[in-house]
Design a protein around this ligand. Structure first.
Ligand code: DAH
Length: 332
């Protein structure tokens, strides 16, 4: 009898462990442990045994029941995990972007340029910030230390938007207002780059666009010097263009930097390309953003992206960058 019970136990444990589904497991449990099971049948036979045998058979029956219950519990846990995995798989939504192959289109040349530049700056430890294209006078001009009668506020250069008071809302004329937004929202240390679209009320020709793109770089921290500015520009030049390229700074003027400079980069063949403006963040600009200029100093630079992208790819008319002609766009 004991041998029979052990055989039944071993057989049952292996069948329970192999149940393929939760339903199968339930059916098996009823068959192997229920009222009409072989195990329960043995219990009924115990009546005719002497006390000694009763104890032995009873012990074996209990052990068998325990082993089978444990096997069923373990299998149920496994099957529940599997079932929830199946459910998750069945409910899965593919939210990944469609990866556009060559045939399905690709990013615009200027977008590619922005992403490449971001990669270079992120690799140098900067983060990326953005601001609105419709700006108020404070961020686009006043906070950047533009005097009330600064020529850049002239109707010639700025597109005004018919919102608010007269000349209060503008299409941003540069990405420098994003510097203000970053400083207003974040305490130093600040190491940010800010790419984006800008607008100038200008006649469009082969070398000028009314809607174009810039990238801005801002660092504010303790002990930042002009040396950090020159070093960062040179490091960036080599990282983006290549090790054979160098940079130089020429004295210039911007209301929001003091001292200010323009920077050029030199191609390996020795020719120069004017790239953008830079300088040490003017103390007034730091104060306008609630940053103490006695405690912190900073540098900034900014340059246009469209001319850069065009030069790199041999596009001779900037207006092509706004073209929707697929034969032009396909080339990049
Ligand atoms: N915002 C200037 C422009 O559009 C470029 C510029 C000059 C940006 C000096 C800067 C800077 O960050 O420091 O002409």
């Amino acid at each position: 009898m004991i041998d029979d019970i052990r055989r039944i136990q071993a057989d049952a444990v292996s069948r329970l462990g192999a149940a393929a589904t939760l339903e199968d497991l339930g059916v098996l449990e009823r068959e192997l442990l229920g009222k009409t099971s072989e195990l329960t049948g043995f219990k009924k036979l115990m009546g005719g045994l002497d006390n000694e045998a009763k104890r032995e058979v009873g012990g074996a029956l209990n052990a068998a029941r325990e082993a089978m219950t444990a096997a069923a519990t373990a299998r149920r846990a496994d099957l529940e995990i599997l079932a929830s995995r199946h459910r998750a798989e069945a409910e899965r939504l593919d939210l990944s972007e469609v990866r556009a192959g060559r045939d399905a289109g690709h990013l615009h040349l200027v977008t590619q340029t922005i992403e490449e530049l971001e990669d270079v700056f992120v690799g140098m430890g900067f983060n990326v910030a953005e601001g609105p294209e419709v700006e108020d006078d404070w961020h686009n001009f006043t906070a950047l230390n533009f005097g009330e009668y600064h020529p850049a506020r002239d109707m010639q250069d700025t597109f005004f938007v018919g919102l608010g008071g007269p000349r209060e809302v503008v299409m941003r004329t540069h990405t420098s207002p994003v510097q203000i937004r970053v400083m207003e929202h974040q305490a130093p240390p600040i190491y940010s780059v800010m790419p984006g679209r800008v607008y100038r009320n200008e006649a469009t020709d082969a070398t000028h666009l009314a809607v174009f793109h810039q990238i801005e770089c801002l660092v504010v921290d303790r002990g930042i010097t002009f040396g950090h500015l020159a070093g960062t520009i040179d490091r960036f030049t080599k990282a983006y263009f290549g090790p054979g390229w160098t940079s130089r700074l020429r004295p210039s003027y911007f209301p929001f930097t003091e001292p200010s400079a323009e920077f050029d980069i030199q191609r390996p063949d020795g020719t120069w390309l004017e790239l953008g403006g830079c300088g040490m963040v003017h103390p007034n600009v730091l104060s306008n953003c609630g940053i103490d200029p006695e405690e912190f100093s900073g540098f900034a630079f900014g340059f246009g992206l469209d001319r850069l992208a065009a030069t790199r790819h041999g596009v001779t008319d900037l207006r092509e960058l706004a073209s929707t002609d697929i034969r032009f766009l396909e080339q990049f």
